[in-house]
Design a protein around this ligand. Structure first.
Ligand code: ATP
Length: 496
């Protein structure tokens, strides 16, 4: 929603508007600016500050003292003046029957034409209160707001600092900095920028890396979305030539030029396949090749024990991904997230509703987001997900063929500072038939350990022994792998 939509909600005489956001300062700013525009008196309430008129500012005593919820709400019932009221964390007081009753009275009151009550909460509201409200989404700060925020923070520190503070950011670097700050609340962004400036009293391109790191740490604690460090290149992945070609062809698909050319941006792919064959690695490689941040959604963390919370978290995660776009959104093992969505649900329809939310988002979102979903088990996938048009393409990632096994050996030996020319590749490739990329890597690691323990240089025999000592998953889970292959035939495009 655009901030100006708040005006529409107020003019439509909605008595109670609910803003659920982790960005309280931004919500307050939007409502306050609106009241200033309309020259409407603006009151703010919180349990610690009581009810105060903050626009036009009247210093001094609170209209209603702190620690008094009922009298503060009662003030609205008695007022005869048009005004805008903003209550912080009122949801937390809605366990009190008297508070709920008062809200209902206010909702039905004929005087609600005079005032509007805006509730700003970080958490969710009880359903009986939610029903009395219309929601308003403040969203995340956009680029313009973030640019102002960086400038203001810099100026503020420069003014207050006892030592010299400088900015050496070029226009392009400033744009990059702002892009990186997307998806954070105003306060988080301010702290991260301030931290980066304070470190060496200079705002320059070196701060970009710091900001990315700080943001990753910040998102790491957020739960559902994790910003993943992308430290791989396309050379780190062996085989999968069809998939690589497909991705290569679409790498400029999000650019303005592609749009002008008449192309729709790529929307996403589903990678179905045998475990350990590089599906997750692919998500990282795409992020690195396309120079886009990679966000992983952890479906396990989405599920909450309270009704409504899980859907709210999914929506919040999707909105946040949108606010950080262009991004690659990676949902690993998507089948686990929506396991019961296809079957008779044992969770009261929760995963079905969650799945519905995701499907409609996939269909409707307009932001440049590339969805990469991976799955190992088709049996658990709801069939709607596979319908044409949901994903641009469904790829099947099979066990690597001879040639690809050779290049995977080469990659993992090179990573450990060994040259493949010093090994008998033919023998390794033949012995590892039916092994996944992950299992080949494991054999290289085990072989290296065995050589190290002997105090010898790693040789073909060390790796061969490691291969012989383990059974690949394709043998242990033969039936599952064969079912998956049979299913994929004709339905999916081979990744290799
Ligand atoms: P899972 O379904 O178990 O998550 P996956 O298909 O996503 O497996 P990855 O997690 O990407 O597989 O693979 C694990 C590791 O195995 C990778 O980090 C990489 O080191 C190695 N690997 C797998 N496939 C390849 C490949 N094609 N080329 C190079 N390395 C590979």
């Amino acid at each position: 929603m655009h901030p100006s939509d708040l005006g529409l909600l107020i003019q439509a005489r909605n008595p109670i508007i609910a803003i659920q956001t982790p960005d309280e300062p931004r919500a307050i700013k939007i409502v306050r600016e609106f009241s200033e525009q309309l020259k409407l008196p603006f009151y703010e309430w919180s349990i610690v500050d009581g009810l105060r008129q903050t626009y036009p500012p009247i210093g001094g005593k609170a209209v209603i003292e702190p620690n008094k919820v009922i009298p503060a709400l009662g003030h609205l019932r008695q007022t005869t003046m048009p005004a805008l009221y903003l209550f912080k964390d009122l949801g937390a007081h809605c366990k009190d029957a008297q508070v709920v009753r008062l809200l209902r009275e206010l909702y039905y009151s004929p005087d609600s034409r005079l005032w509007t009550l805006v509730m700003v909460d970080g958490g969710s509201l009880p359903p009986e209160v939610k029903r009395l409200t219309v929601p308003f989404e403040v969203g995340w700060p956009d680029e313009e707001e973030l640019t102002d925020l960086v400038r203001e923070t810099y100026r503020h520190i420069k003014r207050e600092s006892l030592v010299e503070v400088q900015s050496k950011l070029t226009k392009r670097e400033m744009e990059q900095l702002v892009q990186t700050l997307r998806g954070l609340t105003t306060e988080e962004a301010r702290r991260i920028v301030a931290g980066a400036i304070h470190e060496d009293n200079i705002l320059d391109s070196a701060d970009l890396t710091r900001v990315i790191e700080a943001k990753r740490n910040r998102l790491g604690t957020m739960g559902c979305l994790e910003a993943i460090a992308v430290d791989v290149s396309p050379d780190d992945i062996g085989g999968l030539k069809n998939l690589k070609q497909w991705l290569n062809l679409r790498r400029g698909g999000f650019s303005a030029r592609a749009r002008e050319f008449g192309l729709d941006p790529p929307r996403g792919i589903l990678l179905l396949g045998v475990q350990g064959c590089g599906k997750s690695l692919c998500a990282k490689v795409v992020a690195s090749a396309w120079r886009m941040p990679l966000l992983r959604m952890d479906p396990g963390v989405l599920y909450q024990k309270f009704i409504g919370e899980s859907e709210a978290r999914l929506r919040e995660a999707l909105t946040q991904a949108e606010s950080m776009s262009p991004v690659i959104l990676w949902i690993d093992e998507i089948e686990k997230a929506f396991a019961s969505a296809g079957a008779e649900s044992a969770d009261g329809g929760l995963s079905q509703r969650m799945f519905g939310t995701l499907l409609s988002w996939m269909q409707d979102h307009r932001q440049p987001i590339f969805l990469m979903a991976t799955a190992n088990n088709i049996g658990q996938l709801p069939p709607e997900l596979m319908r044409k048009g949901r994903f641009d393409e469904i790829f099947f990632v099979d066990l690597p063929e001879k040639e690809d096994r050779e290049s995977i050996f080469g990659i993992h030996l090179r990573k450990r500072r060994r040259e493949k020319t010093t090994f008998e590749m033919q023998a390794l490739v033949e012995a590892s038939e039916g092994y996944s990329g992950a299992e080949i890597e494991q054999a290289v690691v085990s072989g290296m350990y065995a050589a190290f323990a002997e105090g010898a240089e790693c040789q073909t025999e060390h790796i061969l022994s490691a291969i012989r000592a383990s059974q690949p998953l394709s043998v242990v889970l033969r039936e599952r792998v064969e079912t998956l292959r049979a299913w994929a035939k004709g339905r999916c495009v081979p990744a290799d």
